[in-house]
Each structure stands twice: as structure tokens, then as C-alpha cells.
Design a protein around this ligand. Structure first.
Ligand SMILES: Cc1cc2nc3c(=O)[nH]c(=O)nc-3n(C[C@H](O)[C@H](O)[C@H](O)COP(=O)(O)O)c2cc1C
Length: 274
């Protein structure tokens, strides 16, 4: 079966799909005939859906992604540059959460939006682990603090750089300095060997953070939690990711306790123009 079919009634033979295909597997040797896949296209196609998404006439339908399952882009939902600027500038790392947990459908929605982040070769290599409930998260936070104590003892220079003494002090004083009392942590993971994994994980969690904000929810990267997951065997055991998987990023998620009223400033970008 061909990887795509062309509706010849609709095709304008404008060559847009040929120009758009990132792996150049669509050809149109005869400008009077509709485009067709090159020989061996099945092995090369990265299933990005661009060919079908870009056709203004709805003439190309992928076998793997039927056109009627690809929603049309709704003009009326497009946001203005001003709205986009405020949205991007007003997302904050949330460090104070309400106790209440999110329902599973909401968490699922966040992950479903995160999967639209770019990934090398459209490989979409990620899997997800969602851990919920204060008791469970507090226990994991305790393991992270164990890792901090180990770093303070064994790698004092690193510990000083990361202010770990102070962080452990906060934990000992009863503060959740690891997960900020968030009711959930979302972990993106993938096979250790996957070379697209690290960028895919970072980008997807960036999307997830923005998606949470768009739903009136809060999120924050859990950097200590991830470092312990990467380097501390007791934490790896407690997380129990599939064998050979690496945590690529960990994100606290919940309902924010407070709202922000101003946009903080950031450093001016350092740019080299050539
Ligand atoms: C990789 C990474 C790890 C982070 N780890 C933590 C963390 O463990 N705890 C925390 O409170 N914030 C953490 N943050 C949040 C940053 O401190 C925050 O992004 C920064 O202060 C800017 O604030 P904003 O995100 O509200 O703009 C982390 C951010 C990143 C990108």
C-alpha cells in the first residue's frame, strides 16, 4: 500500500508537498501529473504529516494519518503577537501549590499537549511517569535529600555551588525544598541510547509547563529531583523506570496557590550578529 494517496480532483499540482517534505520522498517528475512517493519512501518517511498538513486543497492523505483525523487549523483561535508575548513572559516556575490533586484527565491532557513538541526525526521517543500523592512524593523527596547529603560529603565543591547545605537545612526545618509540596511530579524518560532523547525531553517538558499555565495550573522544573534520579542509585530504585531508561526531566505540577501581577525582567540577550 502506498504511503499516501492523492485525490486527483483536488490536487492543483502546485508542488507544495514536494517542497515541504523534509526527507524528499515526494516527487513530481511530470508537472502535469500528481505527486507520487519515490521508490523506498516507506523506509524514509518520518511520518511528520507535513505533506498532508500543508496542502491547501486537502488533496493528499497519508495512510498512517487519515485526513479526517487531522483537525483543520481554526483561524479564530490564532493568538496575536501581543497575546503570545504576554503568555510567554508571564509563565512562572510555581513553588507554592494548593494541596488538592489534579484529576487524571487533566494530567493526561498536559502530556497529550507535550507530545506535540518537536523531536529529532519526529522520533517521539518519550515515555512518561506520573507520581501523585504527598506521602509518596515526600518519601521520594527524602531520597533526594539523602543524595544531597552524599554530595555534601563526597563532592563538597559541587555541593557549595548548588547551595546544598542550605537546601538540606530547609528540608530539616520541615520545608519541601525538593518538590515544593506539589501534588504531582511528571517525569519524561526514554531509552538511554536514544540520541534524540535529551532534547525531546526538554522540549516536551517546556511544552507541558506552558500547557499547564494555559490551563490555569502551575508547574516547575524539579532539578534536584532529576539530578538524584540520574546519579543516585537509591533514587533510581525508588523510581523504578524501565530497565535502560534515563529520566530526561522532572516537573512539579499542581494548582498554584498565588497569582502573579507583574512581569519580571531578564538579562539582555548576548547576540553575535554575522
Ligand atoms: C533545568 C531546570 C531545573 C530547575 N530546577 C528547579 C528546582 O529544583 N527547584 C525550583 O524551585 N526551581 C527550579 N527551576 C526553576 C528556575 O529556578 C526558574 O526557571 C528560574 O528561576 C526563572 O524563573 P521563571 O521560570 O519563573 O521565569 C529549574 C529550572 C530549570 C530550567
Amino acid at each position: 500500500m502506498s504511503i499516501f494517496v492523492i485525490d486527483e480532483q483536488k490536487c492543483h499540482k502546485d508542488g507544495i508537498c514536494v517542497a515541504e517534505c523534509p526527507v524528499r520522498i515526494i516527487e513530481m517528475p511530470d508537472p502535469e501529473a500528481p505527486p507520487r512517493p519515490i521508490a523506498g519512501a516507506e523506509e524514509l518517511c518520518i511520518n511528520c504529516g507535513h505533506c498532508a498538513a500543508v496542502c491547501p486543497h486537502g488533496a493528499l492523505s497519508l495512510a498512517s494519518m487519515p485526513l479526517d483525523l487531522m483537525p483543520a487549523i481554526r483561524k479564530e483561535l490564532e493568538i496575536t503577537p501581543e497575546q503570545a508575548e504576554q503568555f510567554l513572559r508571564s509563565r512562572r516556575s510555581i513553588r507554592a501549590y494548593k494541596k488538592e490533586e489534579l484529576d487524571r484527565a487533566t494530567l493526561q491532557k498536559l502530556i497529550e499537549l507535550a507530545r506535540f513538541a518537536p523531536s529529532g526525526h519526529n522520533s517521539q521517543p518519550l515515555q512518561w511517569l506520573v507520581i501523585s500523592g504527598r506521602e509518596q512524593l515526600k518519601a521520594l523527596g527524602g531520597v533526594v535529600v539523602e543524595w544531597m547529603r552524599w554530595v555534601i560529603k563526597e563532592q563538597p565543591a559541587m555541593a557549595a555551588l548548588m547551595h546544598l547545605e542550605r537546601t538540606v537545612g530547609g528540608w530539616e526545618a520541615g520545608m519541601d525544598v525538593v518538590l515544593r509540596n506539589a501534588p504531582h511530579v511528571v517525569i519524561a524518560h526514554c531509552e538511554k541510547e536514544n540520541r534524540f532523547g535529551p532534547q525531546a525531553g526538554t522540549l516536551a517538558l517546556g511544552y507541558l509547563e506552558l500547557a499547564a499555565f494555559s490551563l490555569g495550573l502551575g508547574a516547575c522544573w524539579a532539578g534536584y529531583f532529576q539530578a538524584a534520579s540520574l546519579f543516585f542509585p537509591p533514587m533510581q530504585k525508588a523510581l523504578g523506570l524501565p530497565a535502560g531508561h534515563l529520566p530526561l526531566g522532572c516537573m512539579m505540577v499542581g494548582k498554584p496557590k498565588f497569582h502573579y501581577h507583574r512581569l519580571p525582567l531578564r538579562n539582555q540577550p548576548v547576540i553575535t550578529w554575522r
